[in-house]
Design a protein. Sequence first.
Length: 252
Amino acid sequence: MASRDRWRDHHSSSAPLIGLTTYLEQAQTGVWDVPAAFLPKVYFEAVTRAGGIAVLLPPQPVDESIANRVLDGLDGLIITGGKDVDPARYGQEPHATTDVPRRDRDAWEDALLTAAIDRELPFLGICRGLQVLNVSLGGTLHQHLPDVIGSTRYNAGYGKFTENAVEVHAGTKAGELLDDAEALAVHSYHHQAIDEVAPGLTVSARSDDGTIQAVEVDSVPFGVAVQWHPEENADDLRLFAGLVEAAREYRR
């Protein structure tokens, strides 16, 4: 028993802390119907299964000093999925299908990403996270992808994920993590995508219609973002494992 306890203590003390951003929405539980911060379990479960310790980061008032103070306590960061980025952030008027802006979350995640890149803290962007990254660095988005590709293959609606094939480019961090997959099957739920790629980003995956499916930051050791939802594939933790390992190395 003592030996097992010592192993648990050592494992816990060496596991990196991974911060995950959360939703802030009206939510119902029991008799309560209140604004609440929350995140689907599959996100932080993937982190813990990959060997990290998950810490949730709800939207809140932020400036550069607050963002840096938060990151002082973390070894890695995940910018999670959610509502559309405010089009005003990339100089556009909203499309009829674009979500009502969550400006508090936009500001929160932008500040965290900016600080993470500056200190080379490892991070992973997921779906909205990829879009936040691109906009934060000066890129733009297609506000309604069906207008561009002529189909809803990436968004069936009603909370149902669709399966799509993406090609991961060799010679990239995503390619290294995903074994340069030529036809990786992924879970999609998005109606927006990258249009103009921001300076300093390299495209590391696309689907067969040209939609950008992954990018990475050139200037940092680990700054990867994907348009799909890897947390929905419980049998493939490679992206999370890559982040956790990078976070462990950052901590050292």
